[in-house]
Ligand binder design. Structure first.
Ligand code: DAK
Length: 261
C-alpha cells in the first residue's frame, strides 16, 4: 500500500491506521486525497487481516481543516453538484457503510469537509486540543459532504443549525457534551485510546458489526432524500455572489463582505 501520496497506511495486529497527510495545508481534502481515501478503503475492505480502521490527521494541529478552498473556489454550480454527489458515493457514504468499524481519531481542527469526514466514521475520539465546526456559511456555502444530515443525527437539529449558522468552532469538551465525539483524551494519548477502543471491538464479531452498521444505517435511511436536497442546494451555492466573495476573502486573507440576495 505504498502507492499513496497524501495518505500513510500502517497495519498492525488487525488495525489499519490511515493518516491523512497534507500537513502544510492542514490536511485539507483535495481531489487526490479523496481519491486515495476511496482506494484505501476499497483495499482494506478486501484485506482479511484488517478488522478495524483508525482515521487520523498528520501533525498535531489538524485532523482536516476542510475541503481545499483553493481547489473549489473556481467551481460553478454544475461542478459543485457533480463533485458533491461523487464525494458522497466514493468517500463519505463508503465510510459510513463500511462493513468494519471505522474510528476517527480527531487530533486537532476538524472543519467543514473534515468534520463531515469524522462524522462519516462510526465512532469519534477527540484530543483535548481538537476544535470542530462547519464554517461553510462563512464562505457562502452549505456543508456539501453530508454535514446537513449527519450533524443533526448526532447532536440534534437545534444545536446543528446553530453550528451551521454561526460557522463557529466548538472545543472538545463541548463536542463531548453534545455527543459529537464519544471520548476526549489528552493529545499524547489519542492514538493509544483509539487502539484500545479498536482492540475492545476486535474481541467481538466483526461480521456481526458489519450487520449492525448496516442495520443502524437502514434505520436512518428514511430521511435519505435530505442528502439529495443537500447536493442540489450545495451546487446552487456555487452560482451566488456570496460564494465568490466568501472564497476570495479566504484566499486574500480578509473578512468577507457578503452582498446577500
Ligand atoms: N483549504 C486550503 N488551504 C487551507 C485550508 C483549507 N480548507 N485550511 C487551511 N489551509 C492552509 C492555509 O491557507 C495556510 O496556507 P498558507 O497560507 O501557509 O499557504 C495553511 O493551511 C495554514 O493555515 P493558517 O495559516 O490559516 O493556520 P492558522 O493556525 O492561522 O488557522 C485555521 C488555522 C484552521 C483556523 C485556518 O487555517 C482556517 O480557518 N482554515 C479554513 C477553514 C475552513 O473554512 N475550511 C473549509 C470549510 S468549507 C465540495 C464539497 C465540500 C466542500 C467543498 C466543496 N465539492 C463537492 C466541490 C466543503 C467545504 C468546506 O470544507
Amino acid at each position: 500500500m505504498d502507492q499513496f501520496q497524501h495518505l500513510i497506511i500502517e497495519k498492525n495486529d488487525g488495525i489499519a491506521l490511515l493518516v491523512l497527510n497534507r500537513p502544510k495545508q492542514l490536511n485539507a481534502l483535495n481531489k487526490e486525497l479523496l481519491s486515495e481515501l476511496n482506494s484505501a478503503f476499497e483495499l482494506l475492505r478486501e484485506d482479511l487481516e484488517t478488522k478495524v480502521i483508525i482515521l487520523t490527521g498528520s501533525g498535531e494541529k489538524a485532523f482536516v481543516a476542510g475541503a481545499d478552498i483553493k481547489e473549489f473556489a473556481s467551481f460553478n454550480g454544475e461542478q459543485g453538484t457533480e463533485l458533491a454527489k461523487t464525494g458522497h458515493m466514493t468517500v463519505f457514504n463508503l465510510i459510513e457503510e463500511f462493513p468494519k468499524p471505522v474510528i476517527a481519531a480527531v487530533n486537532g481542527f476538524a472543519l467543514g469537509g473534515g468534520l463531515e469526514l469524522a462524522m462519516s466514521a462510526h465512532v469519534r475520539i477527540a484530543s483535548d486540543n481538537a476544535r470542530m465546526g462547519l464554517p461553510e456559511t462563512s464562505l457562502g456555502l452549505i456543508p456539501g459532504y453530508g454535514g446537513t444530515q449527519r450533524l443533526p443525527q448526532l447532536i440534534g437539529k437545534g444545536r446543528a443549525l446553530e453550528m451551521i449558522f454561526s460557522a463557529k468552532m466548538i472545543d472538545a469538551p463541548t463536542a463531548l457534551s453534545y455527543g459529537l465525539v464519544n471520548q476526549v483524551v489528552p493529545q499524547a494519548d489519542l492514538l493509544e485510546a483509539a487502539q484500545t477502543m479498536a482492540k475492545s471491538f476486535m474481541k467481538n464479531s466483526i461480521v456481526a458489526m458489519g450487520y449492525a452498521i448496516e442495520s443502524v444505517n437502514a434505520g436512518l435511511l428514511e430521511g435519505s432524500v435530505g442528502y439529495d436536497v443537500e447536493v442540489q442546494a450545495f451546487g446552487d451555492c456555487f452560482e451566488t455572489e456570496d460564494f465568490k466573495e466568501g472564497t476570495t476573502a479566504f484566499i486574500e486573507k480578509r473578512k468577507p463582505d457578503f452582498p446577500g440576495a
